[in-house]
Design a protein around this ligand. Structure first.
Ligand SMILES: NC(=O)c1ccc[n+]([C@@H]2O[C@H](COP(=O)([O-])OP(=O)(O)OC[C@H]3O[C@@H](n4cnc5c(N)ncnc54)[C@H](OP(=O)(O)O)[C@@H]3O)[C@@H](O)[C@H]2O)c1
Length: 238
């Protein structure tokens, strides 16, 4: 029970990687707060995680909403952010408005969340953000995600210095089977998962639980800051 008497806030903790991280923190004794935009997802997550978990509706793109959220939550120990929208497409035809919207979500949302959390996070605590393997190895059509993920990783290095002794790190996942792909039809999704799995040294894509472990490690290990944890099945080598 490594997180007994500690509070962990997970923005994006109602689905996918964030929900898996929430389960791991709960299993290790933490008092967990999850937040995301949809009341339905918040309710489902609370049901999955247990009655002791708190849930709030939050759109992390709004500075006012993030400030009001943390004022409600109060003092806590560890912040995890897994929320974030993305966009893919050819650089020359992808509408600039879509690219800005992706930055507003995955970069500015994480930035605003950290800023609003600061008055409430313990100095002995930690902050863990989320980037992605396309920051280091973009396929065609991923230049926006390459830029966003690299910006998040740069921000983390700066914040590890600026916010010390609070530790600040980032998890960079490869392809993970989560509801982020629920908009695709089942056959195309399965074909995409299989194609990526075939290219990876580990020959499979990740389950959310395999990525969740990294957030728990980063909250726990008091000698780790300014680090990017890459969990990508060997994608950087293939
Ligand atoms: N899955 C992958 O293959 C993969 C690979 C590399 C990187 N990543 C990154 O990992 C992170 C988590 O992805 P995932 O696969 O776990 O996705 P997911 O299952 O879709 O979960 C995303 C979570 O973020 C919340 N969210 C989205 N926009 C939000 C907003 N504006 N304000 C507050 N909450 C918001 C969603 O809930 P609501 O809809 O209720 O807001 C949901 O709880 C993302 O940053 C993603 O880019 C994922």
């Amino acid at each position: 029970m490594s997180f007994q008497n500690q509070r962990v806030v997970i923005v994006g903790g109602t689905s996918g990687i964030g929900l898996a991280a929430a389960k791991s923190f709960v299993a290790q004794g933490a008092a967990v707060v999850v937040a995301s935009r949809s009341q339905a997802k918040v309710d489902e997550a609370k049901q999955a995680l247990g009655a002791q978990v708190q849930g709030h509706v939050l759109d992390f793109r709004s500075e006012d909403d993030t400030k009001a959220f943390f004022a409600k939550v109060g003092t806590f120990d560890h912040l995890v952010v897994t929320a974030g929208g993305a966009v893919m497409g050819p650089f020359d035809t992808l509408p600039t408005a879509d690219v800005r919207a992706a930055f507003d979500s995955k970069f500015w949302g994480q930035y605003l969340t950290v800023k609003a959390a600061l008055p409430y996070i313990q100095k002995t605590g930690s902050i863990t953000l989320t980037s992605g393997v396309y920051g280091s190895r973009p396929p065609q059509g991923a230049s926006t995600l390459a830029a966003i993920n690299s910006a998040v990783e740069g921000l983390v290095r700066g914040l590890a210095v600026d916010l010390a002794p609070i530790r600040v790190n980032v998890v960079s996942p490869g392809l993970v089977d989560t509801p982020i792909y629920s908009g695709m039809d089942a056959a195309s999704r399965q074909a995409m998962f299989q194609h990526v799995a075939d290219t990876l040294p580990v020959k499979h894509i990740a389950q959310a639980e395999e990525i969740a472990e990294a957030y728990v490690y980063l909250a726990k290990n008091t000698f780790t800051t300014g680090t990017v944890i890459q969990i990508e099945g060997g994608a950087l080598l293939s």
